[in-house]
Ligand binder design. Structure first.
Ligand SMILES: [Fe+2]
Length: 354
């Protein structure tokens, strides 16, 4: 009976630790882990419980063989306990705290504890040491996977209790009918009131329970793709677009006029090139005036939800050339919309961004 107890106890201990760890992993595996950029060596999720079950049997049996010997080997048993504790702690740090750096530090300590266990148990019982060999191989792979996640997901390192952001409709700096006739109240009602509202609603739904819920809009635009990027960038772009319009246009500040002249020949030439880019953009998209890291100004025609932040550029001015931006007032006449746009630009705001 005592012998059965000795053989079963370590293995049961391993499985209790494994089952407890899986509770800490559960929500992260559903929400956070799938979004991480992982190495191609990462096995499918279903492989993990199978491997761990096999490893826990080996780990448990390894200590059982030591305990079955008449001599007491407290150091070996202590090392075994330490490695199991570090193993459990890794699940807490990586999956519960969602902190790959802390997980990496923990798994390095775990590697050291396992190597120490192998070295100390080998002279006492070789089989016990060999039973830890598959575990060590798996930990080497796990260390690489954890390190890869840490290096490639700097924006997703987050603790559970960070502030969750809800994106809200920006306030218009003018009345809905103030831009008429260049941009009618009906256009504002639909474009701002319905299209932008839909992008913001979709964004909040899509990011709920993901690491993006803890990021600023800028961070989401820079780091996301697919549906989250589309809705985040459309939120960013429309907010910026509507904020840069004014019903009371003032003359362009000298500073901006000088920069545009230096880059494009003259302000008129800039407007001509910007307009050409707007008319030449096939389908839906945005035309931007943006500054690169050296401060050089560029006209960028970007399809769909394109945004210069993704090219590490600073947006200064944008024009929405999606059909929903002008169809009510100008039908299919995009050129007329571009012409009207120049009478609405708040040049003071554009100049302040340079
Ligand atoms: Fe739009």
């Amino acid at each position: 009976m005592k012998k059965i107890f000795i053989y079963l106890l370590p293995t049961i201990g391993c499985f209790i630790v494994g089952a407890s760890a899986s509770l800490f992993q559960r929500s992260a595996l559903a929400e956070w882990y799938p979004l991480l950029e992982k190495t191609v060596l990462t096995p499918p999720n279903m492989v993990f419980p199978i491997v761990w079950c096999a490893l826990y049997i080996c780990i448990g049996l390894s200590l059982s063989l030591i305990l079955a010997k008449p001599e007491r080997h407290r150091l070996i048993a202590a090392l075994w306990g330490v490695q199991l504790l570090l193993n459990f702690l890794w699940s807490v740090l990586f999956f519960y705290a969602r902190n790959p750096l802390a997980g990496l530090l923990d798994i390095l300590l775990l590697d050291a504890a396992v190597v120490a266990y192998i070295c100390v148990s080998y002279p006492v019982r070789k089989v016990s040491a060999w039973l830890f060999a598959p575990y060590l191989l798996w930990l080497v792979l796990a260390t690489y996977m954890n390190g890869y996640v840490y290096c490639n997901n700097p924006d997703t390192v987050s603790l559970k209790n960070h502030t969750v952001m809800t994106h809200e409709m920006p306030k218009l700096p003018y009345a809905a009918d103030a831009l008429a006739p260049a941009m009618s109240k009906e256009t504002i009602d639909y474009h701002y009131g319905k299209h932008l509202q839909t992008y913001i609603d979709n964004l909040n739904k899509l990011i709920a329970g993901t690491p993006y819920a803890e990021m600023t809009l800028d961070e989401i635009v820079k780091s996301s793709d697919g549906a989250i990027f589309n809705n985040a960038a459309q939120t960013w772009n429309h907010t910026f677009f509507f904020d840069t319009l004014t019903p009371a246009q003032k003359a362009m500040p000298e500073k901006l006029a000088t920069l545009l002249t230096k880059e494009f020949g003259s302000v008129e030439s800039f407007q001509e090139q910007f307009g050409k880019a707007a008319l030449g953009l096939f389908g839906s998209g945005w035309v931007w005036l943006a500054a690169d890291k050296q401060g050089k100004l560029h006209i960028e025609a970007m399809p769909n939800a394109g945004n210069p932040l993704t090219k590490s550029m600073k947006p200064l001015l944008t024009l929405d050339v999606w059909e929903h931006a002008y169809y009510i007032d100008y039908r299919n006449r995009r050129a007329d919309f571009v012409k009207a746009f120049w009478s609405l630009v708040d040049w003071d705001k554009v100049a302040a961004r340079v």
